[in-house]
Ligand binder design. Structure first.
Ligand code: C5P
Length: 221
């Protein structure tokens, strides 16, 4: 086991969507299945890493018992868990589709329906990845994801720089079979030197393998 490439490395992974409560029975969410993040957690564990997986609501299960899974619901819950595990992490892979907005107030009773429309006031959530990027110390490797529909590479590079990342995984919704609910994904990896590698459409487990090879190289630098 000690011969595995990521033996002894602490890796923090986020996966899945977050749910932002409107009232006791309703929420704002998104279509993230959690598949990519769980595939990454499994691959990292198989390479010997100590994996902490902070997961939003998802039906996915981990392949390995050794993965420490922490279930969260909201963006705020996910942020707090990430902040507590980040200092000890050698690498972080932020795969979660965190909600960008959350209701300003959460009604404590079910909101009754009326004849008129309904406005829900939203506020921005904290960008977890950017927060960790600001706290990053030498040697820590931070990986983010970008799902874009236009100007993909330009936006991905802007995110890499703005959030102080070491690697960004770009998946385009323009590619058939890539993105949210599929079992396959097609990615381009871009590092800080703006070195770019585009991979073929593959199973998410294989995509996770490609990302982990690059992550292992970055951890060695
Ligand atoms: O800026 P954008 O949401 O497109 O960035 C996507 C990347 O940032 C993903 O890696 C995602 O997990 C992360 N993110 C986050 N917290 C947020 C929003 C995005 O960690 N509130």
């Amino acid at each position: 086991k000690s011969k595995l490439p990521l033996f002894g490395k602490q890796v923090l992974v986020t996966a899945g969507p977050t749910y932002e409560a409107i009232d006791p029975v309703r929420f704002i969410g998104n279509h993230s299945s959690g598949k990519m993040g769980f595939a990454l957690a499994d691959e990292l564990a198989s390479l010997g890493a100590d994996v902490t997986l902070v997961a939003g609501p998802t039906a996915q299960v981990c392949k390995y018992q050794s993965i420490k899974r922490i279930n969260v619901t909201s963006a705020e819950n996910m942020l707090q868990e990430c902040l507590s595990y980040f200092p000890a992490a050698d690498a972080c892979v932020m795969c979660a589709a965190v909600a960008d907005y959350t209701p300003v107030v959460v009604a404590d009773q079910k909101i009754k329906k009326h004849d008129e429309g309904l406005n829900i006031e939203l506020k921005k959530t904290t960008d977890i990845l950017k927060t960790l990027g600001n706290q990053k110390r030498d040697g820590q490797v931070l990986v983010g994801f970008a799902l874009e529909t236009e100007n993909e590479e330009e936006y991905a590079i802007a995110k890499l720089q703005k959030k102080n990342l070491d690697l960004i995984v770009l998946n385009s919704l323009n590619d058939a079979g890539a993105g949210f609910k599929n079992d396959t994904n097609k990615v381009t990896l871009i590092d800080r030197q703006l070195q770019k590698t585009t991979y073929a459409l593959k199973d998410k487990a294989e995509v996770a393998h490609d990302i982990c090879i690059k992550l292992t190289q970055l951890l060695k630098q």
